[in-house]
Each structure stands twice: as structure tokens, then as C-alpha cells.
Design a protein around this ligand. Structure first.
Ligand SMILES: [Zn+2]
Length: 453
């Protein structure tokens, strides 16, 4: 008799503790999205950074408070604020019970507010039934969330947006031209040859040091005299600081990025900070980092002779494919230069086995008669120099967005002489956070088909 009684008790406990939510054998309720630890981190990192950037006044006024939604790229899933908060309570609840797995969010759940929960476990159970408490353990949801995620007590007095927004408003491809310093035309009269000192030629083999042909082996900007960035020599410091931020977007939020890379500069990064390049390699492996070519030496395709330009297209692709163990599909020309004319340009890229360009030629989208696409940058201003509000407004006007930034413009002002501007680093991140909260769907440029959905 003792065994059946125990079974009955266990069944009753099971029913009571599940709060009438059906659970399978793994303890995960049915109809849920199961998340890896990494995915749960992406969502919580996004929520945390959004709260901090709001509090610090870095987001546009209409965006401050809680994010409206998050986009989980590897599952192609929009996560509503209600789902984010449910996951947050789950983490809180697991912490209280010293358990860590499994992470999941209820699928198709419609969320509404209830008055209060006495502790995070109760808030979590309520959230599984679609109820988000406005107060937890005597504190407002806003203050409680901020305190637990950021570790500070502030009066986080923002209104909370709708809990159920899940919108795919616009596809955005965040693209970067990865280079150190700024490659400026020799007509500027201030540009510095790679042979001026060892720092300017870092990344080149002896037999690559061509120093009298800036159209082929490009020359670079000097920097301003007021210096706070001293972590690496100039010009590489301007590339490495920005590249670190760019990688961080993929590492911290799991969002995809497309990078058109100059060989000489990535080799220099690898000499000065191998760990940085290893981080990029890991992201390539995870499918979050698309490698595109920006030539080996930032060659101006319109100013060098045709054969040399064609060789550059091929050699840079071969180098990057081996260096990153990947396939290179896309190309962006240095200075947005054009090899001869638009059709010759496309023909040369096809011959070098590229599938698309991101250049300023007359074609946008599929090039007639060829299995080849041109996907030009369409924001006209580097993202780091826009305001979050300006970016959000642009999301309403356009059918898709292809951004363009360089590592240097993430931390320096525009101009032929690079002047440090540390605020830009956070401004760029504020735009990424704003874009995703407002329904921006980040995609690799190779996957963007230039139509809205
Ligand atoms: Zn460039």
C-alpha cells in the first residue's frame, strides 16, 4: 500500500508545482522555445545594455526604458518584451534555486500585467501563464529589473512598452570596411606612405613594400596630436579599437556582421593582437561574421592598370578564404572606385568568382543577364555619425538598410587627419540597440535580397 500512496503524492505534487502547465519529461513545458545558454545570454545582454544606455541618456528620448523586442538571429525569431522578462524571471528563479538549466521561453504566449509577485520564483510562474507582475518583492518591475541586471539601485522611472510586440520591420545589414587609419587620396597632400616608418608598413612582406604608387599600395592618414588611445601604435590603434567593438556586437548579442577586409590591415592586427583575430575566426565559424574583400592594399581600381586591378580582386579573395577558412562572396571597392566602367567592373568581379558587390555602380539588385548582384551602401552617412533618432526615422522610410562604417570612424571624427572622439563608440552601439528594439532584422549582406521581406 505504501508505494501507490507515494505515487499519488508525487503526482499531486507534480500537478501543483506545474501550475497546470503541461510538462514533458525534461521539465520543460510544452509549446516553448528552448534556448542554449549562449542564446539566453544574448537576450539578457541586450536587455541589460538597453537599460544602461537608457539610464545614461544615450538612446533617443522615445526609446528610453525597456526595449520593445529582440531579434534572435540564429533561430530567426523575434523575442517580445514579455518573453524577455519571462526569461529574466526564469534566470532569477534558477539563481534562487542554484540551478542553471534549461532555458526556455513560452511560445505564442500573450502577456498582460498583474499587480505583484512576492518573489522572483512567483514572478516566473506567473510569466509562464502570460502574467508579468508590475511589482516584485515590493519594488517596481523597472527598479527590480535594473537592480538585478545592472547591479545598481536607481529610480528607473520609465513607462513599459507593450509586452507583445514582435515585428519584422526592416532588414538591416551592418557592414564594415576593416582597415587601420583612414586611406586618403594622395591629392590631400598629407597622406603618409607605408615606407615612412615601420608602423605604416606593418602587415607587408619585404617584397610587398611598393611605396611610390599610392593608387596601388594606398597611403594613410596622420593623426591629430591629442592622443588618449595608446594601447597600440598608430595607425593600427584606430583599426583595432573599432574592430573590437564590431566583434563585440556578434559576441554579445549574436547579431550577424559583414566585413570587407584589407589584407595588409588584418595581417597587422594579427601581429599586434592575435587574440582579436582569433575572436573574428570563431565568429566566422559560427556564421555570424561574413568575410568580404576590400583588396589587399586598398587599391584604387580606377587608377591602376586593368590587369593589376583584376589581379587584386583575385588575390585578395584567395588570401581571405585561406586566412579565415571560409568562402568570400562579396566585394567592396576601396574609395568606392570602379574598374574601368560599370559593366567591366561587374565582368571582372564575375571572373574573380564573386557573387555580389557593394559598390557605387548603376545597378542595384540583380545585374541584368548575370547571376550577380550589387548591394550598395544606402545610408549616405556613416552610422556612428547619426543620432539614434535619425536612424530610427530612416527605418520607417527605407525598404532595407545597408550601413557602412570603418573601425576608425567608430572612435574618430571624419576628416583627413584622424581626431579622437570616444563618444562615437557608444553612439554606434546606441544605434544598434535602437534598431533591434524597433524591429530591425540584422542579416549578413550576402543573404540580403534587397526586398523588404
Ligand atoms: Zn576602404
Amino acid at each position: 500500500m505504501r508505494i501507490p500512496a507515494l505515487v499519488i503524492i508525487l503526482v499531486l505534487i507534480g500537478i501543483l508545482s506545474s501550475n497546470c502547465t503541461f510538462r514533458n519529461t525534461t521539465g520543460i513545458p510544452a509549446d516553448t522555445i528552448v534556448l542554449t545558454t549562449e542564446e539566453a545570454d544574448y537576450i539578457m545582454n541586450f536587455l541589460t545594455d538597453f537599460l544602461v544606455f537608457s539610464e545614461e541618456g544615450k538612446l533617443g528620448m522615445p526609446d528610453r526604458g525597456f526595449p520593445k523586442q529582440f531579434y534572435l538571429y540564429d533561430k530567426d525569431t523575434v523575442i517580445s518584451l514579455g518573453e524577455m522578462l519571462s526569461l529574466f524571471f526564469q534566470l532569477q528563479s534558477y539563481e534562487a534555486k542554484a540551478t542553471k538549466q534549461p532555458f526556455f521561453i513560452p511560445k505564442q504566449q500573450v502577456f498582460s500585467f498583474v499587480d505583484s509577485a512576492s518573489n522572483p520564483q512567483e514572478a516566473y510562474e506567473l510569466s509562464l501563464q502570460g502574467k508579468i507582475p508590475k511589482r516584485i518583492a515590493g519594488e517596481t518591475l523597472q527598479n527590480y529589473t535594473y537592480k538585478m541586471l545592472v547591479g545598481e539601485n536607481v529610480n528607473y522611472n520609465y513607462k513599459i512598452p507593450d509586452l507583445n510586440i514582435k515585428e519584422k520591420v526592416i532588414k538591416i545589414s551592418f557592414t564594415f570596411d576593416i582597415e587601420s587609419g583612414r586611406y586618403v587620396s594622395d591629392a590631400s597632400g598629407i597622406t603618409i606612405s607605408p615606407c615612412k616608418d615601420d608602423n605604416y608598413s606593418l602587415g607587408l612582406e619585404e617584397d610587398e613594400k611598393v611605396c611610390d604608387n599610392p593608387s596601388y599600395m594606398a597611403w594613410m592618414s596622420p593623426r591629430d596630436n591629442k592622443i588618449i588611445y595608446t594601447q597600440y601604435p598608430y595607425p593600427q590603434v584606430s583599426g583595432i579599437l573599432g574592430f573590437n567593438v564590431i566583434l563585440n556586437y556578434s559576441e554579445r548579442y549574436g547579431i550577424p556582421i559583414t566585413n570587407f577586409i584589407v589584407k595588409k590591415d588584418i595581417v597587422a592586427f594579427n601581429i599586434l593582437d592575435k587574440e582579436l583575430v582569433d575572436r573574428a575566426r570563431l565568429l566566422v565559424k559560427k556564421g555570424l561574421f561574413e568575410v568580404g574583400s576590400h583588396t589587399r592594399y586598398h587599391t584604387h581600381l580606377g587608377f591602376v592598370d586593368e590587369e593589376l586591378a583584376k589581379k587584386e580582386l583575385k588575390e585578395s579573395k584567395l588570401f581571405l578564404e585561406e586566412f579565415f577558412n571560409t568562402t568570400v562572396f562579396g566585394f567592396r571597392a576601396p574609395y568606392l572606385s570602379i574598374l574601368n566602367d560599370d559593366d567591366m567592373h561587374v565582368k571582372a568581379l564575375l571572373e574573380a568568382n564573386y557573387s555580389y558587390s557593394s559598390d557605387s555602380i548603376k545597378y542595384v539588385g540583380k545585374v541584368p543577364g548575370h547571376d550577380f548582384f550589387n548591394k550598395p551602401w544606402n545610408t549616405k552617412k556613416y552610422t556612428a555619425y547619426m543620432s539614434p533618432n535619425e536612424f530610427r526615422e530612416m527605418m520607417v522610410e527605407k525598404e532595407y538598410i545597408i550601413t557602412l562604417d570603418h573601425p576608425w570612424n567608430m572612435a574618430y571624427q571624419d576628416g583627413n587627419i584622424l581626431v579622437e572622439e570616444p563618444n562615437l563608440i557608444d553612439n554606434h552601439r546606441a544605434i544598434v540597440l535602437t534598431a533591434i528594439s524597433n524591429g530591425g532584422i540584422p542579416v549578413l549582406l550576402r543573404d540580403l535580397n534587397l526586398s523588404k521581406s
